[in-house]
Design a protein around this ligand. Structure first.
Ligand code: EPU
Length: 290
């Protein structure tokens, strides 16, 4: 960790860094102070052969044994600035809600689809986050990456293959994203965001710890609809529960473990396979040791 200016916490409980409020310890949790610090960390970790894992923390289930090696949080990389022609540059750790607020103040349209997504810009980019109104790939102009040898590489969006809930990026850490927005009317943008937030609050359990949607939507269908039709809403293992509000959310009622969540996922998948003949694919990323 020599020369790092950011914060290092040994044995950090990752439940504090995930929206699910679940997860064992990281050997070390590092919060780099800036992009140069990220570069330093990457170079040194590589030399010492220590694996790095970046947590955004929202679409993630960390197992109860935690994560070996270094877990990186980009929480301190949260600068945003405006560039000509309606472009915003946001560092990887900027929260989507913050970015949407910034866009509204500058009367820039193009991020309304993301209203209610709690994750960071970097996290949303890596998984091509989306809702029924749009997805990350529609707004991205370019991406700044710290590569595995510690250099900076800027990738135009056109060179990145985006898939459903996934962006295929070269190995590295996303430290910034350029978003191509467009001028709009502030009141209109703010109203769409407000309406969409309202819709999400009505239909999703946003007040309870969760990791967002657990499964990808099967082609032409909704996992939430399938799960509701199969009658699994309210199903529980320990303190993990299939939300009674939206079938594609699992909520933590207090002390759920990763093990509880994984068992619940298995149960739910079996029911859907039997009742609907569909194998649900995980959207949630499961990492760490049991
Ligand atoms: N539905 C039910 N029961 C449920 C949930 C949904 O019948 O328990 C029905 C709804 O009535 C509606 C349809 O299923 O007719 C679709 O539901 P919804 O509008 O809630 O959208 P979704 O397809 O279930 C997607 C995203 C969400 C995003 C919402 C809102 C995926 C897997 N899910 O859900 O994303 O918030 O649209 O735009 O793409 C996430 O990715 O973490 C996530 C929550």
């Amino acid at each position: 960790m020599a020369g790092l200016r950011g914060r290092v916490t040994f044995g950090a409980a990752l439940r504090a860094y995930t929206s699910f409020r679940i997860g064992g310890p990281a050997d070390a949790l590092v919060e780099p102070a800036d992009v140069d610090d990220v570069r330093r960390l990457v170079v040194q970790a590589r030399k010492a052969n220590i694996p790095l894992f970046v947590v955004g923390g929202t679409n993630l289930l960390v197992r109860d044994g935690g994560i070996r090696g270094i877990v990186v949080s980009l929480a301190k990389l949260r600068a945003v600035h405006e560039e000509p022609e309606s472009v915003l540059y946001a560092e990887g750790g900027v929260g989507m809600p913050t970015l949407i607020g910034y866009a509204i103040r500058r009367s820039l349209a193009g991020l309304e689809w993301a209203a209610g997504i709690p994750g960071t810009v970097g996290g949303c980019l890596v998984m091509n986050a989306g809702t029924r109104l749009g997805e990350m790939k529609d707004a991205v102009k370019a991406v700044r990456l710290v590569t595995t040898n510690g250099s900076i590489r800027d990738l135009p969006a056109a060179s990145i293959p985006f898939q459903y809930r996934r962006a295929r990026l070269p190995k590295g850490i996303v430290v910034g994203v350029w978003l191509q927005l467009r001028e709009g009317l502030r009141a209109d943008i703010a109203r769409i965001v407000k309406d969409y937030l309202h819709y999400r609050k009505e239909t999703q359990p946003l007040a309870m710890p969760s990791a967002g949607c657990v499964f990808k939507n099967p082609p032409e269908d909704s996992a939430g609809r399938l799960l509701e039709a199969a009658g699994v809403k309210g199903m529980r293992v320990g303190d993990a529960e299939v939300s009674t509000k939206h079938g594609n959310f699992i909520v933590n009622r207090g002390d759920a473990t990763a093990d509880d969540v994984i068992h619940l996922i298995q149960k739910v998948r079996r029911v859907i396979q039997q009742r609907a003949g569909v194998r649900l694919e995980l959207e949630l990323k499961i990492v760490g040791e049991a």
